[in-house]
Design a protein around this ligand. Structure first.
Ligand SMILES: C[S@@+](CC[C@H](N)C(=O)[O-])C[C@H]1O[C@@H](n2cnc3c(N)ncnc32)[C@H](O)[C@@H]1O
Length: 374
């Protein structure tokens, strides 16, 4: 009986999935676009809505240069009441299209996140976490009138207090070097090669880092799940979903951004291989989990690692765990298991091959750390 139920559910999911515009960016207003989707068909909604930054006038650095702030028309609302009505409307649609066991992510700043949080609770969502994304390299407060605004907040919510939802606890722990993943995430803002530019100008003012989406999707969805992003922008959600084997649907009303997103998702994602850097000597390095190097693209899932004498090899998996034959584990635990040793420092034990030479993965960690220095 249970088997029959599972099969019926799987058939229903497949039929539903076939009716969805998977891998497409829907144009026009996202509220209208979401109305075209069937109810209870989406596994995860990730939303990066307008923040309603209320920026008036230009902002300059102390040297007089202009700060590239978000002043775009899509971020402007006449009043808090207008913003609230818009928020209620898109959240209502997001709730309708989400499966009962689906979950919602919304990212925002102090300008909007409290309003969004109250409205989504009023609609029946149940807040599971508020994640603080601590920016490793925030923009200073140029006027010196307030604290440096160094974080954004992500609300993660289920459909209701008693709803089931996906949380890949083990994956997160592995990603975080065997420590329970906390609700404060230190990740760099989007920059360098990852930042999309057209003729030298940023293609979008608020492109989010892929590392952030990597963690969100790896933690709260399964391979094959459908992820909907109603405010697609440059398609960060689509690019990471594709990388992780998830299906995606985007909504974006600006044609120029849709074009950027389509191009980006069609392309293989370039690895940030900046190696202009020297080793970080003599300083105690801040803690970096192996999974962070995967999230940020410094080490690609599928890479082969070896010990220095090439006695052991292992393949890197998407959650930062390693697989060697039938054995798997974190860089440390697998290294220890293979050598039948009580412990192992995976950073110095495992090596990546580059042009015939083996380099400890610790060198990648050092380069990553240097790249995130303000
Ligand atoms: C904060 S940005 C999202 C950036 C995106 N997460 C990225 O990484 O590139 C919000 C986006 O939503 C779009 N947008 C704003 N209001 C919209 C609406 N009502 N319907 C569809 N798209 C909208 C804007 O054009 C903008 O690209």
């Amino acid at each position: 009986m249970a088997d029959l139920l599972t099969k019926t559910r799987a058939r229903r999911a497949a039929t539903l999935s076939a009716t969805l515009p998977l891998g497409q960016i829907l144009d026009g207003d996202c509220i209208e676009a979401m109305r075209s989707l069937p109810s209870a068909s989406i596994d995860v909604v990730f939303a990066d809505p307008p923040y309603n930054l209320q920026l008036g006038g230009d902002l300059n650095r102390p040297d007089g240069s202009h700060v590239d702030a978000v002043t775009d028309h899509w971020d402007r609302f006449d009043s808090f009441a207008t913003y609230d009505a818009f928020t209620r409307a898109w959240l209502t649609e997001a709730r309708r299209v989400l499966k009962p066991e689906g979950s919602l992510w919304v990212i925002g700043s102090y300008h909007n996140i409290f309003r969004v949080g109250a409205i989504l609770q009023d609609l029946g969502f149940w807040i599971l976490n508020d994640i603080v994304w601590r920016k490793a390299n925030p923009m200073p407060n140029f006027k010196g009138t307030r604290f440096t605004n160094a974080h954004e907040t992500l609300i993660w919510a289920s459909m209701g207090e008693k709803s089931r939802y996906t949380f890949n606890y083990r994956t997160m722990k592995t990603l975080n070097d065997e420590l329970q993943m906390r609700s404060d995430w230190v990740l760099p803002i989007c920059g360098g090669q990852e930042r999309i530019r057209k003729d030298g100008v940023k293609a979008h003012p608020t492109q989010k880092p892929e590392a952030l989406l990597y963690r969100v999707l790896l933690a709260t969805s399964q391979k094959g799940d459908v992820i909907l992003d109603p405010f697609f922008g440059t398609g960060t959600t689509g690019a990471v979903a594709k990388r992780l084997g998830r299906e995606w649907i985007g909504c974006e009303r600006e044609g120029a951004y849709r074009e950027v997103a389509e191009e980006r998702i069609a392309m293989a994602l370039p690895l940030d291989e900046s190696s202009l850097v020297t080793m970080q000597a003599g300083r105690s390095a801040p803690r970096v989990a192996f999974g962070q190097l995967i999230e940020t693209g410094w080490i690609v899932p599928g890479s082969l690692l070896h010990d220095r004498k090439r006695r052991f090899s292992a393949t890197v998996r998407s959650d930062g765990s390693l697989l060697s034959g039938d054995e798997s584990g974190s860089i440390h635990s697998l290294g220890a298991k293979l050598q039948s040793a009580p412990s192992c420092n995976g950073w110095t034990f495992w090596h990546l091959e580059h042009e015939g030479a083996l380099n400890p993965i610790d060198t990648v960690r050092q380069k990553y750390l240097l790249s995130t220095e303000p």
